[in-house]
Ligand binder design. Sequence first.
Ligand code: ZN
Ligand code: ZN
Ligand code: ZN
Length: 225
Amino acid sequence: MDRENLFERENFKALIKDDKIGRIEDRMKIIDAFLSTEEHVTLGEMLQILKEKGLNYEPEFVRECMNRWVELGFAQKKVFEGQPPRYEHRHLGKHHDHLICTKCGRIIEFSNKDMEQLQLRIASQHGFHMLQHKMEIYGICDQCMAKREPVLPLAMVKTGEKVAVKSIMGGKSMRIRLKEMGIKPGTNLEVINNDGPGRIIIGIGATRYALGRGISQKIMVSLIN
Ligand SMILES: [Zn+2]
Ligand SMILES: [Zn+2]
Ligand SMILES: [Zn+2]
């Protein structure tokens, strides 16, 4: 256990001595297990960590312990969208924010001085005295992005291939024009002819359309097997 965690452990022990609650030794074992991980853990994950150490405590006891830990300011309970509550260390004087992957649930920590300053400035511009905040950025992590199907411009699709439209990079008028042809994110289409340097012939349902090279560079698609 590093010095910071060790210090907090002893600090906690001193505080709960006055609580006059029983099972101090068991509580300290739970705290040790919590301090042994740097992850954001759910109650279920805490029970699992304890189990791996050969400790089988009732979930209610562990929950009560964790909540006391939060009350005393040694841990923070966080609820990220779409996830069960999680506990994480709270080291005084240190602050960080989170990136949350909505695909795999991965949580990445970051801290950025400029962002912190900006938030204070925004608050004060509104005559608002900021006490705390949470900055959570939801999206897709690099690992999940790497596993995603590759997206390419329609202009690069070979004759005879079937693709799904993922996005349109052009401006509003182009999007409207394409939408009139039925080309929008989610549309499946077939490349009828992309052999020459001229226009690309595509089929949507039973209808064929001719698209210029420029436009077809801006329609991002993924291949359908
Ligand atoms: Zn922050
Ligand atoms: Zn992910
Ligand atoms: Zn965190």
